[in-house]
Ligand binder design. Structure first.
Ligand code: NAD
Length: 496
């Protein structure tokens, strides 16, 4: 049985713990590895190693740090398929989707390769007589990252490459449900030439996260996961005087206007709703059909109903199983609540089984119409292959619905009207908006900008915001007088 190692001070080592969590293949629940719950000593060693490594890493020229990212990007591209296979085996994602997960992480590493220009400060000459002002961007110190199960390559890669490229060192605590992918990323980072201690990886759950939120050495905490955990991490990290950015749950709406291109809408919504078994923080979970667009509902339901889940080893699988039996049970009980609370179940995936994989965490595509905002299936993040359809009479009504929702991760509108699209993009209180694009995940030269209950903090992931999150700005005011300045002491605050 594979015991997942820790990475401490450049060493891939076995934990001394006797507490382990099983890592399973979600397609049949076979145990494929065991992940240790790191001991307090090991967590302390990881933080200490990051702290010592910071003393030298912060002085490594920014160009050399960028070159580490270039070597890392090349290795990730070379081994994308191997990483995707590990990822598919422990998450159940289809191989193509697993390749996409890795690819979207590689794109962030490409952003980190630009760190010399991203870390340029500002200058202004002669702000007062003989005085120049300029700023430098400097690293913070030791940063920590806590990641969820649903993107085990992309989300760790949102965090440690940018933080480390900025001159910080890092302690990562990946999801205990799929830790082998992040471990492979860490091994490749070491292989790319990362000095010992610059990246450390510890494993476990809640108990292993807590020290990262309170330890005085850690300066900043990045988290991605569910709302209750995100709130707890934000409160604890900030109460311990750390910077925190916490990305949390979502309920993403798409608005379908009657003037939209019907084929484009139907084709896009199938994958955006049930793709990856709905386990994407940017999945479309609510479709709001405005006016005559409601006539398309039966056809969309029929197309979604044709999509079949299956194991990643089968090329015909459209999506995989849910991550765990608990996640499946939760989704099944929400489907049941939708039926009980009066929604119309047009497609019911709760009885789906996959021949040869009867023990897997399967839920088939599920579609509800006539959903109203009081229902649990509307209010809760389902995180399964379930699409709720809501009717609205006008764009204004759709906008009010979306804006009243407590989440604000992503949304989209399908329309051929520039005026409708502009009104929507301007007035919607959601941080990432797609126009005829269902899942608007920005590329890494922008930032990933969830709002409301989908994000706690100020500065978001990747893009320029991440550089600011992981750094301090130092502003220097300098004068180089050629001789003594006449006039005696300056008793005022003004520069002269
Ligand atoms: P989760 O909150 O259960 O776990 C996330 C991480 O937190 C894991 O590493 C876990 O070990 C740790 N953790 C769990 N309970 C904890 C506790 N009580 N204290 C401290 N740490 C704890 O989330 P998940 O199930 O792995 O991921 C799915 C969730 O992540 C969904 O809600 C999804 O919307 C969200 N997500 C959000 C984004 C985004 O960008 N907004 C992206 C991906 C996933």
């Amino acid at each position: 049985m594979n015991h997942v190692p820790l990475l401490i001070n450049g060493e891939l080592c076995q934990s001394a713990t006797d507490a382990y969590i099983d890592v399973t293949n979600p397609a049949n629940n076979d145990v494929i590895a065991r992940v240790p719950c790191a001991t307090s000593d090991e967590i302390e060693q990881a933080i200490d190693s990051a702290s010592k490594a910071f003393e030298t890493w912060k002085d490594v020229p920014v160009t050399e740090r960028a070159r580490l990212m270039m070597r890392y990007q090349a290795l990730l591209k070379e081994q994308q398929k191997e990483i995707a296979e590990i990822l598919a085996a422990e998450t159940g994602k289809t191989f193509d989707d697993a390749m996409g997960d890795v690819w979207r992480g590689i794109e962030v590493v490409e952003q980190a390769m630009n760190v010399p220009s991203l870390m340029m400060g500002e200058t202004a000459e002669n702000v007062a007589r003989g005085i120049d002002t300029y700023s430098y961007i400097q690293p913070l110190g030791v940063c920590a990252g806590i990641t969820p199960f649903n993107f085990p390559a992309m989300i760790p890669l949102w965090m440690f490459p940018l933080s480390i490229a900025c001159g910080n060192t890092f302690v990562l605590k990946p999801s205990e449900q799929d830790p082998m992918t992040p471990m492979k990323l860490a091994e490749l980072f070491k292989q790319a030439g990362a000095p010992d201690g610059v990246l450390n990886v510890i494993h476990g759950g809640k108990d292993q996260v807590e020290p990262l939120l309170t330890h005085p050495t850690i300066k900043a905490v990045s988290f991605v996961g569910s709302v209750p955990v995100g709130q707890h991490i934000y409160r604890t990290a900030t109460a311990n005087m750390k910077r925190a950015q916490c990305f949390a749950g979502a309920k993403n709406h798409t608005v379908i206007m009657p003037d939209a291109n019907k084929e484009h809408v139907l084709n896009n919504l199938v994958g955006a709703s049930v793709g990856a078994a709905g386990q994407r923080c940017m999945a479309i979970s609510v479709a709001v059909f405005v006016g005559e667009a409601q006539a398309w509902i039966p056809e969309l339901a029929e197309r979604i109903g044709q999509v079949k889940p299956g194991p990643w080893t089968d090329k015909d699988s459209a999506f995989g199983p849910l991550i765990s039996p608990q996640a499946r049970q939760r989704v099944l009980s929400l489907i049941e609540s939708g039926k009980q609370q009066g929604a119309t179940c047009l497609v019911d995936g709760s009885e789906v089984t996959v021949p040869g994989y009867e023990q897997g965490n399967w839920v088939g595509p599920t579609v509800f119409s006539d959903v109203t905002p009081e229902m649990d299936i509307y209010q809760q993040e389902i995180f399964g292959p379930v699409l709720s359809m809501v009717n609205a009479d006008s764009l204004d009504e759709a906008l009010t619905l979306v804006n009243n929702n407590p989440y604000g991760n992503g949304t989209s509108i399908f329309t051929n009207s520039g005026a409708a699209a502009r009104k929507y993009q301007r007035e919607v209180t959601v941080g990432q908006v797609g126009i005829n694009v269902p899942i608007p995940v920005p590329l890494p030269f922008f930032s990933f900008t969830g709002w409301k209950n989908s994000f706690y903090g100020d500065l978001h992931a990747y893009g320029k915001q991440a550089i600011r999150f992981y750094t301090e700005t130092k502003t220097i005011t300098s004068r180089w007088p050629e001789s003594d300045i006449p006039g005696g002491p300056n008793m005022t605050i003004s520069l002269s």
